[in-house]
Design a protein around this ligand. Structure first.
Ligand SMILES: Cc1cc2nc3c(=O)[nH]c(=O)nc-3n(C[C@H](O)[C@H](O)[C@H](O)COP(=O)(O)OP(=O)(O)OC[C@H]3O[C@@H](n4cnc5c(N)ncnc54)[C@H](O)[C@@H]3O)c2cc1C
Length: 291
């Protein structure tokens, strides 16, 4: 059972910071509550006040800039992202990812901001957004700032966000000419067992540069620069890709993976290698469409 707590529902960012200040620090932000309320029910954390962010307009909405960059408000739910015309048009890989997050009940209430702020190591969006060079906008009483995903998520269930700071939005740059982005995961239970996000840029029929991010193998999503470098130069043809992925897969084979209920470290590294092939193939397909 959750001990009694006060509930505040601010209607603006300024009201949200005032509510935090009034609670004297004994409070937590929440949006969908799918993680926070579970943690409180299990007795791992208690707060005198919960501050509900869903009515703060500055934290909502999905928009696309004229240059194709996508901006997703922190309180936008997985379900809204999955169905958003802006996301389907500008970052279809994210819409596809969101369709496979959790179950419909969690997708209807859980938010992208809550997912990233909770920093659960088995997050789908964190891994993909890392590969896409997304940036997170934060705001607090001291002002606004922005940072990359790997500057925000610094450990399991740990972010560099100050307690009184809010995630406001996530901004994903538009794809460059010839760029494609894709995500592949395997999940045996509700959260991914292993996942790979890939960004490639194809020039003159070959991969010019690439980013590879891996999730669920270690205690936070990671970018593997050596895997990205190993993809550079590969011909952007399915048969040639299959034959040429060995060096990049070998980099994934060096990850100090953590065994868990999904399998041993070796098994999780093996899964990541398979997923890399799928994600690269899809990213190259998207890149060709953007050529
Ligand atoms: C059964 C189940 C299955 C799941 N499966 C998956 C899966 O397959 N893939 C996956 O990626 N995720 C999965 N999840 C996680 C799910 O995506 C998250 O629970 C959800 O997105 C969290 O959002 P929320 O709004 O409910 O967060 P909340 O529970 O409201 O908040 C979570 C944390 O973030 C903080 N917070 C929330 N919003 C903000 C903000 N704007 N600024 C600052 N701090 C904030 C809160 O203080 C709290 O610490 C699963 C969860 C459940 C319960």
């Amino acid at each position: 059972m959750i001990p009694r707590f006060a509930h505040r529902r601010p209607r603006s960012l300024a009201d949200a910071f005032a509510a935090f200040d009034a609670a004297g620090g004994d409070c937590a932000w929440y949006a969908g509550g799918t993680e926070l309320l579970a943690v409180m029910k299990m007795g791992f954390a208690q707060f005198g006040t919960l501050i509900d962010l869903k009515s703060v307009p500055e934290l909502g909405g999905i928009s696309a800039d004229a240059d194709g960059a996508l901006r997703i408000g922190a309180t936008v739910t997985h379900r809204e992202i999955e169905r958003s015309p802006h996301v389907l048009r500008h970052l279809p890989g994210l819409a596809a990812l969101e369709r496979e997050v959790a179950n419909i009940r969690v997708r209807n209430t859980g938010t992208l901001g809550g997912n990233l702020a909770f920093a659960e190591p088995h997050s789908d969006p964190a891994t993909f957004l890392l590969a896409c060079d997304a940036r997170v906008e934060l705001a607090g009483p001291a002002g606004a700032r922005e940072m990359a995903i790997d500057e925000l998520i610094v450990g399991p269930l740990t972010t560099s966000r100050e307690a009184d700071e809010l995630l406001v939005a996530i901004r994903v740059p538009a794809p460059a000419a010839g760029e494609g982005r894709a995500y592949a995961k395997l999940a045996f239970f509700e959260r991914p067992a292993a996942s790979v996000g890939v960004r490639v840029r194809v020039v003159d029929g070959a991969i010019a540069d690439a980013t590879v991010a891996v999730g669920s193998l270690t205690d936070l999503p990671i970018v593997l620069p050596a895997a990205g470098a190993a993809l550079a130069g590969l011909p952007a043809e399915p048969a040639a890709l299959d034959a040429g992925l060995g060096a990049a897969i070998a980099v994934l084979g060096e990850i100090d993976a953590i065994p868990d209920h999904n399998g041993s470290a070796d098994y999780k590294r093996h899964l990541a290698g398979i997923l890399l092939g799928r994600a690269v193939t899809q990213a190259v397909e998207e890149a060709r469409a953007h050529a």
